[in-house]
Write a protein that binds this ligand. Structure first.
Ligand code: NAD
Length: 485
C-alpha cells in the first residue's frame, strides 16, 4: 500500500502499533484505492498516550519559552524543507489537489509552528501595583495535557494549528486525527520529534469518535480542542464540561458573502470561487450563501460560470495541473449529492454542474444554484461540498438581516468599493471571522474562529495563547495584615 505509515500511532517519540484495534482503511478519494490500513487505538494505546503526555508535560513546561520555541521553529523549517513530500501525503490522505496542498497545508502548519515558536519566549504575566505598597503578579501557566481532535479537510494544518499554541505554552498533547485522514499527523509528530521535541509531548492516536470520547473524559486531561461539526461539538463540549475542562470548538458554518452592485465583480467572483470551490468546497468557513445585489446578479452568475468552465480541471489530484479534486470519501460525496437533489426538489435552479462527475473517484461537479430562497435546505444547512447558492437582495439592511438569520456564525464576507459601508456591514455581521473584498484567507497572525453555534475560542494569533494557558494570580502583602479580631 503506497501510503502505509510505519505504524498507526506515535507515542512517546516512537511509532506504536496494536493490531487488536479495529481496522481503519485509508482510501485515495480519486480512485477508491486503499492506500494504507491502520488500527484504532485500543484502551491500552489510549492509556499509553495519556500517560506519556502526562509524564512529559512538567519538564517541557519547565524549559524556557525560548527553548520551547526553538524546537517549534526548527520543526517549521523541516516541514518547509519537506513541503513536497508532505503535500503529496496530504493529497493522498484527503484527495485535495497537489496544486493546493503545496501552498496551503504543510506551509500553513509551518507558519503556525514558526509564529507560536516566536511567541513562546515572550509569554509572561504582569505586575500589578496595589495600595499600601502591596502588589500582585500573575504567572501564565500551561494547562497540562491537551487533547486535540481533528476534522478531515485540513489534517496537517489542524494538527499544527492545535499543537503550536499548546506546545508553545508548555502543554503536552494527545492528538486524534479524523479517521478519514489519519496519515499526515503521524508525519508531523515524527518531524517534531526529529526537531528535538521531548518524547511524550506530542502524541498521535488513531480512532473513530469513541476514541475521541474516551480521551476527553480522562482525569489527566485539562483541555480539549475540536475541529469538527456542530453535532460532534455539542457532545465534546458537554463531555468536557463534566470535568470543567477548557475547550476550543472550531465547528461548522453556513457563511454569507454579500456582493454589492458597486463591487469589483471579478474580485467578487474570485472570492466566491475561493469561498466555495477550493478544496472542493470542504472548508468550514465557506461563504456558501452568496447574496448578490439584484442589479448585478445576472452579470455575476455569468462571469462565475464562465470562470468555472474555463478553470476547473478534474483529474488525479497528484497531477499538478489538476485544480479540482474529489470529495474526501464516498460517504461525503453521497451527502453532497443528496443536498443537490434536495435543492432541485425544493425549486432551486442549477446554473452549473449539479451531478457526480463521470469519472473514477468521488468527484462532484462544482455546482451553482440560482433561484435560491432563504428557507431552502441548501441555504440553511452546511453541505461541505462544492455547492454555491446565489440569492439576490435589494438593500443593505436586508442583506445584513438575511446574512445573520442562521444558527451559525463562523465567517462572513462583503464585497463593495464603499468602505464606510464595508465596515458598517462587517460590524453588523454575527460571525467570528469576517472579510472585506477577500474571502477565506487564514493567516496565522489573524484570529480564526466562530460565534453562535460555530464555535468557542479562537485559533491562531496571540489570542490562541489565552486558550492554551491560564493565569495564576499572586497577592503579595508588604505591610501589616489587618484582621477584624
Ligand atoms: P466530525 O464532527 O464528524 O468529526 C470531527 C472529529 O471528531 C473526528 O476526528 C471524529 O472522529 C471526532 N468525533 C466524532 N464523535 C466524537 C465524540 N463523540 N467525541 C470525541 N470525538 C468525536 O467532522 P468531520 O466530518 O470530520 O469534519 C467536517 C466538519 O468539521 C464540518 O462541519 C466543518 O465545518 C467542520 N470544520 C470546522 C473547522 C473550523 O475551524 N471551524 C475547520 C474544518 C472543519
Amino acid at each position: 500500500m503506497r501510503a502505509q505509515p510505519k505504524a498507526s500511532h506515535f507515542i512517546n517519540g516512537r511509532y506504536v502499533e496494536d493490531t487488536a484495534g479495529a481496522a481503519i482503511d485509508c482510501v485515495y478519494a480519486a480512485s477508491g484505492e486503499v492506500i494504507a490500513r491502520l488500527h484504532e487505538a485500543t484502551d491500552a494505546i489510549v492509556e499509553e498516550a495519556l500517560a506519556a503526555a502526562k509524564a512529559a508535560q512538567p519538564a517541557w513546561a519547565a524549559l524556557s519559552g525560548t527553548e520551547r520555541g526553538r524546537v517549534l521553529r526548527r520543526a517549521a523549517d523541516m516541514i518547509r524543507a519537506e513541503n513536497r513530500s508532505l503535500s503529496e501525503l496530504e493529497t493522498m490522505d484527503t484527495g485535495k489537489p497537489l496544486q493546493e496542498t503545496l501552498v496551503a497545508d504543510a506551509t500553513s502548519g509551518a507558519d503556525a509552528l514558526e509564529y507560536f515558536g516566536g511567541l513562546a519566549g515572550s509569554l509572561t504575566g504582569e505586575h500589578i501595583p496595589l495600595p499600601g505598597g502591596d502588589w500582585a503578579y500573575t504567572i501564565r501557566e500551561a494547562l497540562g495535557v491537551c487533547v486535540g481532535i481533528g476534522a478531515w479537510n485540513y489534517p496537517t494544518q489542524i494538527a499544527c494549528w492545535k499543537a503550536s499554541p499548546a506546545l508553545a505554552c508548555g502543554n503536552s498533547m494527545v492528538f486524534k486525527p479524523s479517521e478519514t485522514t489519519p496519515l499526515s499527523a503521524l508525519r508531523i509528530a515524527e518531524i517534531l520529534s526529529e526537531a528535538g521535541l521531548p518524547d511524550g509531548v506530542f502524541n498521535v492516536v488513531q480512532g473513530r469518535g469513541a476514541v475521541g470520547a474516551s480521551l476527553i473524559t480522562d482525569a489527566r486531561v485539562a483541555k480539549v480542542s475540536l475541529t469538527g461539526s456542530v453535532p460532534t461539538g455539542r457532545k465534546v463540549y458537554a463531555a468536557a464540561a463534566e470535568g470543567m475542562r477548557h475547550v476550543t470548538m472550531e465547528l461548522g458554518g453556513k457563511s454569507p458573502m454579500v456582493i454589492f452592485a458597486d463591487a469589483d465583480l471579478d474580485k467578487a467572483v474570485s472570492g466566491a470561487i475561493l469561498g466555495n470551490f477550493y478544496s472542493s468546497g470542504q472548508v468550514c468557513s465557506n461563504g456558501t450563501r452568496v447574496y448578490v445585489e439584484r442589479s448585478v446578479r445576472e452579470a455575476f452568475v455569468a462571469r462565475l460560470v464562465e470562470r468555472l468552465k474555463a478553470g476547473v480541471v478534474m483529474g488525479d489530484p497528484l497531477d499538478e495541473a489538476v485544480t479540482f479534486g474529489p470529495m474526501v470519501s464516498e460517504a461525503q460525496m453521497e451527502i453532497v449529492l443528496g443536498y443537490i437533489s434536495q435543492g432541485i426538489a425544493e425549486g432551486a435552479v442549477v446554473a452549473h454542474g449539479g451531478k457526480r462527475a463521470d469519472r473514477d473517484g468521488f468527484f462532484v461537479e462544482p455546482t451553482v444554484f440560482t433561484g435560491v430562497t432563504d428557507d431552502m435546505t441548501i441555504a440553511r444547512e452546511e453541505i461541505f461540498g462544492p455547492v454555491l447558492s446565489v440569492l439576490d437582495f435589494d438593500t443593505e439592511e436586508e442583506a445584513i438581516a438575511r446574512s445573520n438569520d442562521t444558527v451559525f456564525g463562523l465567517a462572513a464576507g462583503v464585497f463593495t468599493q464603499d468602505f464606510a459601508r464595508a465596515h458598517r456591514v462587517v460590524k453588523a455581521f454575527e460571525a467570528g471571522t469576517c472579510y472585506i473584498n477577500h474571502y477565506n484567507a487564514a493567516p496565522v497572525e489573524m484570529p480564526f474562529g466562530g460565534s453562535k453555534l460555530s464555535g468557542v475560542g479562537r485559533e491562531n494569533s496571540k489570542g490562541a495563547i489565552e486558550n492554551y494557558s491560564e493565569m495564576k494570580a499572586v497577592y503579595v502583602g508588604m505591610g501589616d495584615v489587618e484582621a477584624p479580631f
